[in-house]
Structures are given as C-alpha cells and as structure tokens.
Design a binder for this molecule. Structure first.
Ligand code: SF4
Length: 238
C-alpha cells in the first residue's frame, strides 16, 4: 500500500524525508492497552534493576572518557518493551543533558521511530559507550571494552527480542564484527535469544541523505519482524 497523506503514519514518514513508502502488512498494528505498573509485577523488577545499574554507572571512572564527560548517558526508554536501539556514544547535547539521542541525530531517530509507529515509550535506547568521546570521535577499542559490561548488563536485564545496532561502533560492540554496515545490514543476525539488525546511524543519514532510503528499507523489515513476534510490549512508561 503506497503511503498517502490520509495514511495514519504518513505525516511521520514524510518528516523522515521520503515521499513514497510501501508499508508491510500489519505495519500500523494497533497498540496494546497500556499495562499499569501496579498490575504488572514484571515491570517493577526490570525497572528496579535498571535503576540500580544506572546508579552504579553514574560514578563510573573506568576509562579516560570519565575525565572529559559532563554526564554519563546511561540510556532511557521502556526496558519492558523487548526492543532496544543501540548507538555509538553521547554527543555534546547528550553529554550536557545526560539523555541519549537528543541532538539532531536524536531528532532524526525520533522521526525514524515514528515512521514505523514506535516512540521512546515502546523501546529502549542506549549507546555502546556511556560517556562522550572528546570532539565526538569514535570510541577507542579500550574504551569500548571498558564500557562493554554496562551494555551487556542492560541487555541481560531487558532480555530483548529485537536489537537494532545503529552504526559501526554498535555493530562492533554487539557482534564483534568490523565489517561494513553495507555488509552487515543484509539479513538478520542472532545475539542470544534476540534478532539483531544493523543499520546506519542517524548521524550518517544526516551527513549522507542518500542513506535515508536503505534505512527506510531496514525499518520496514524491522516493522515486519516486530509484527511477527508481537513486539514491542507497550507496558509501562519510559
Ligand atoms: S565510558 Fe563507560 S567505562 Fe568509561 S567512564 Fe564512562 S561509563 Fe565508565
């Protein structure tokens, strides 16, 4: 079904920067009724575990990035959703606010999520490293290694059904692969019980608008997979 101005998702898709889309069957699946934290006993334990870990990370000085960061950026969203997006590391705005993906790339990520009927209340967003590399450089291997346990622990707590790696650093952290995004985005990967997709980082899309089309193709595949396995779980609040 081609996207048209009357389609429910059309506005979000058009802000993503495309003028024609073909949504997979069931792409606009109805949102499940929200589950109250008071009536879902699973929520509090997951959120408590995540909160405890965030408190632990707040004081982390295990690598040189602690010397120049303003705030560590732990991650945010819905840890009960079963869906996790992983980026590279905080930029300037994230470093100043302590929140992931809130600069220009984050605004684009929000539009990408909206284009497939997701938002920050129905996925979790984190980075491979939790502190800003100076000048937004790529995290160094020893920094990735020092920080890796935090992402691992987050994934253990969340136990996601689907992980999306945004860019090469996330793919390296999650798959241990240095292959190109063009190679890794072909097909799904497995990571534990989760299906893992690799796509371009929103910053790369901002630099190279031609990447909008492959990212949109990836998002259609993601939407189809989520529909197949009944994710995200839309319980709780971010
Ligand atoms: S980047 Fe990770 S390991 Fe390094 S100081 Fe920050 S939280 Fe700790």
């Amino acid at each position: 079904m081609p996207g048209r101005p009357s389609d429910p998702l059309w506005h979000a898709v058009s802000t993503f920067g495309l003028d024609f889309v073909h949504l997979p069957p069931g792409a606009a699946a109805s949102r499940g009724a929200p589950v109250s934290p008071q009536t879902d006993p699973g929520i509090s334990s997951v959120r408590r575990a995540m909160s405890d870990l965030a408190a632990e990370v707040a004081g982390c000085r295990a690598c040189r990035l602690a010397e120049t960061r303003k705030l560590p950026v732990f991650g945010e969203g819905n840890p009960d959703s079963g869906v996790v997006f992983v980026g590279e590391g905080p930029g300037q705005t994230e470093d100043e606010t302590g929140r992931p993906f809130v600069g220009r790339a984050g605004q684009l990520l929000d539009r990408i999520l909206a284009s497939i009927d997701l938002d920050r209340t129905c996925c979790y967003i984190a980075n491979a490293v939790k502190c800003r590399p100076p000048g937004n450089r790529v995290p160094l291997p020893d920094e990735m290694e020092a920080c890796g346990w935090i992402l691992e622990r987050q994934l253990e707590i969340i136990s996601p059904g689907v992980i999306v790696a945004l860019g090469a650093s996330a793919a390296s952290a999650l798959l241990g692969s240095r292959a190109s995004i063009a190679q890794l985005r072909v097909g799904w990967h497995s990571r534990g019980e989760a299906s893992l997709m690799v796509t371009y980082h929103p910053s790369a899309v901002l630099r190279t608008p031609a990447l909008k089309r492959p990212v949109w193709e990836d998002m259609k595949k993601l939407r189809s997979r989520l529909n197949e396995i009944g994710l995200p779980r839309r319980s709780g609040n971010g």
